[in-house]
Design a protein around this ligand. Structure first.
Ligand SMILES: [Zn+2]
Length: 426
């Protein structure tokens, strides 16, 4: 019944979107979608499977029972889904999104020009679009509003990616942020509020501005989180990159201005690194009018033009980072309003503009992404015992990375949310 409820809800959402004329292509997808039956034994036939760890398996079958993969067996049958001719892989993991951030009723970023219900449906739509794009797990970093969405999805009554959230972030404001003891208390509060991890803002602007937390404050935040069993994601530029690494924080975001020495230190300490290859800034530029003058964004066109200058700097940083031996670079699109459901563009930017190897780019959103979340035993690979989070692309992303735009099959936890039938003879 759970599956039926999901379908029912999804259809309602879809009808709303179709009525608005924004989701026409999905209508066809839905008409062909079989009812989800999570308890059933399902066999997927595939001619090409990327296992999420960098291996390519040919002509095999994936057996799923309930929510989990139980076997990889070329002889298994009968076949429920024939995905031959497609590229099958684990559902993607985006380590850095802001799932509830949306354009409001007036079209502006984060505007409050809507009822609570409208805001909630918008967040639900973001989750839906993210899932349809092949992202079965996301880490959302920066809003306590994620919590009810996360919980609704995890109950299985609501379609969307698995969500991990930081609840309220720790925003560095110099001394005003608090003493190390106060910061420790703040970290514990977030855990109590339901945070799966702690997000920390430790640096100011992309191009200038120093650290907004001292080394001592960062040490306290990341040490306390560790004691509470939580990971830390640190928004950092320039010297804040090294400071976060030395403080033992789990993952560094963005990282503009990091030197090769900083990158090597991260590799040595096992700190995960999540720079952005393009989608984030391009989305800002494409939606300039909707961001300008809203909270956190420069008020002028000129202020925004800086993003065009920063884009090649981000490419240069990622190009350098790929050459640092042992540096664990995860996939984080930093999807904000306008980018939900387009997260995979970041793969294209990384491969096309930053010289990242296509297989490495994909693994960064599969097994490496799962490792960074501490969830390798549950997601990120196609292997017996793991959650059945499985997607398929029309095309071979190793030869043409733009295939990541053509996600034609999405299964999460054994439930199929998208299955576009191919024309016969394909
Ligand atoms: Zn962000």
């Amino acid at each position: 019944m759970k599956g039926d409820a999901i379908m029912q809800f999804a259809k309602i959402i879809l009808c709303v979107l179709c009525a608005l004329g924004v989701y026409a292509p999905a209508q066809r997808i839905y008409a062909q979608m079989p009812p989800a039956q999570p308890k059933q034994r399902v066999v997927i036939a595939a001619s090409a499977v990327l296992d999420g760890k960098g291996r390519l398996l040919r002509d095999t079958r994936i057996v799923i029972e309930g929510s989990r993969i139980v076997a990889i067996d070329p002889k298994a049958g009968p076949v429920t889904y024939d995905l031959r001719g497609l590229t099958v892989m684990p559902g993607w993991i985006d380590a850095h999104v802001h799932i509830t951030w949306s354009f409001g009723k007036d079209g502006k970023n984060g505007s409050s020009g809507g009822t609570a219900e409208e805001v909630a449906y918008q967040a639900a739509a973001n989750a839906w679009e993210t899932l349809m794009a092949g992202f079965t797990t996301v880490q959302s970093v920066g809003s306590p509003k994620d919590i009810p969405l996360r919980d609704a999805i995890s109950k299985g009554t609501f379609p969307g990616p698995r969500i991990l959230t930081s609840a309220e972030p720790l925003t560095g404001r110099g001394e005003a942020t608090g003493t190390p003891d106060e910061i420790r208390a703040y970290v514990r509060e977030q855990k109590k509020a339901g945070a799966d991890l702690i997000k920390i803002y430790a640096a100011g602007g992309m191009l200038r501005g120093g650290m907004t937390l001292s080394q001592e404050q960062l040490n306290a935040a990341c040490d306390e989180a560790k004691k509470q069993g939580l990971r830390t994601l640190v928004h950092a530029y320039r010297e804040a990159v090294r400071a976060a690494t030395l403080a033992g924080c789990a993952q560094v975001e963005h990282g503009l201005g990091a030197t090769d020495d900083d990158l090597r230190l991260m590799a040595e300490k096992g700190t995960y690194f999540d720079p952005q290859g393009g989608l984030l800034l391009k989305n800002y530029l494409q939606n300039k009018d909707r961001f300008i003058g809203t909270p956190f964004y420069p008020a002028t066109e000129e202020g925004f033009a800086v993003f065009e200058k920063i884009l090649p700097m981000n490419h240069e940083l990622m190009r350098r980072a790929t050459k640092i031996p042992g540096l664990k670079m995860v996939f984080g699109a930093d999807a904000v309003a306008g980018a939900h459901g387009r997260n995979a563009e970041e793969f294209i930017d990384r491969v096309r503009d930053c010289g990242v190897d296509p297989m490495a780019a994909l693994v960064s959103a599969n097994s490496l992404g799962a490792e960074a979340l501490g969830m390798s035993d549950q997601i990120g690979s196609i292997a017996p015992g793991l959650e059945a989070d499985i997607i398929a692309l029309d095309g071979d992303p190793l030869k043409d990375i733009t295939a990541v735009r053509r996600v034609v099959f999405v299964m999460k936890g054994g439930v199929v949310y998208k299955s576009i039938a191919r024309a016969t003879g394909h």
